[in-house]
Write a protein that binds this ligand. Structure first.
Ligand code: GLP
Length: 233
């Protein structure tokens, strides 16, 4: 595991964007696994800047996002599809048909989970998976529980995640209670993993990276992946 300590959010964002840029340059047909939340916003800004300068070409890139709230359509401003369109996809020369986010409005949530897992496998192995981390150690929406889920699945969000994400909604009651997320197994299949963690995530990063590997801290499983880079403030 390669852990890089940086001074602040801007350095974290610039460095992570460099790694993603290098991935796209070395393989223009890369399959990127992408994340949402406050942590990757700066990364996406940097990538958009590179694209605007003509230094990056997203035309052959494909993407799969980690997760989506259940019950929110892609037009809802707090949906992860909306977030990705607004902060990255609408600003770079990516083919939208090659961008994938679970369908939060699916009639049958279990079928959507199976279909999303199958879709990822059909496109191929994720070349580089970008991750943030929740204060409770969740990755994607894999909350602390009694196992490491293998596949895309639907989850009930924990009280602490609902509280943490309420800042983006008008009030806590509006935060969806369920989500669709890649499983831990889905995430671990990526060839490379890049996890970014801001200054507020110091404690959980210590537990996840140097503590015991446990389902109580889902990100701790990353200690077993052969190619993980962590950029932390
Ligand atoms: C959400 C997302 C995660 C993200 C985490 C941390 O719950 N599902 O993918 O990593 O929150 O978000 P932030 O970067 O805003 O702290």
């Amino acid at each position: 595991m390669n852990i890089v300590k940086v001074k602040n959010y801007d350095e974290m964002s610039a460095l992570a964007a460099k790694i993603i840029s290098a991935q796209i340059i070395s393989n223009p047909k890369s399959l990127l696994g992408l994340a949402t939340g406050s942590s990757p916003l700066g990364v996406y800004e940097n990538l958009v800047n590179e694209d605007e300068k003509g230094l990056l070409d997203f035309s052959k890139v494909s993407t799969v996002n980690l997760d989506e709230y259940f019950g929110l359509s892609g037009e809802h401003p707090q949906s992860y599809r909306y977030f990705m369109d607004k902060n990255l996809f609408d600003k770079v020369n990516i083919n939208k048909e090659n961008t994938h986010v679970p369908n939060g409005m699916a009639q049958n949530i279990d079928k959507e989970c199976e279909d999303y897992e199958a879709l990822i496998n059909d496109i191929g192995r994720v070349d580089l998976q970008l991750l943030g981390i929740g204060h409770n150690g969740h990755i994607g929406f894999n909350e602390p529980c009694d196992r490491f889920p293998r596949f895309v699945h639907n989850v009930e969000l924990s009280e602490s995640t609902i509280k943490a994400n309420a800042r983006l909604f008008d009030n806590e009651d509006e935060v969806p209670k369920r989500a669709i997320t890649m499983g831990i197994g889905t995430i671990l299949k990526a060839k490379k993993i890049l996890l970014i963690a801001g200054a507020d995530k110091g404690d959980i990063i210590e537990r996840a990276m140097y503590g015991k590997v446990t389902t109580d801290v889902p990100a701790s499983i990353l200690q077993f992946h052969h190619d993980v880079t962590i950029i932390r403030v």
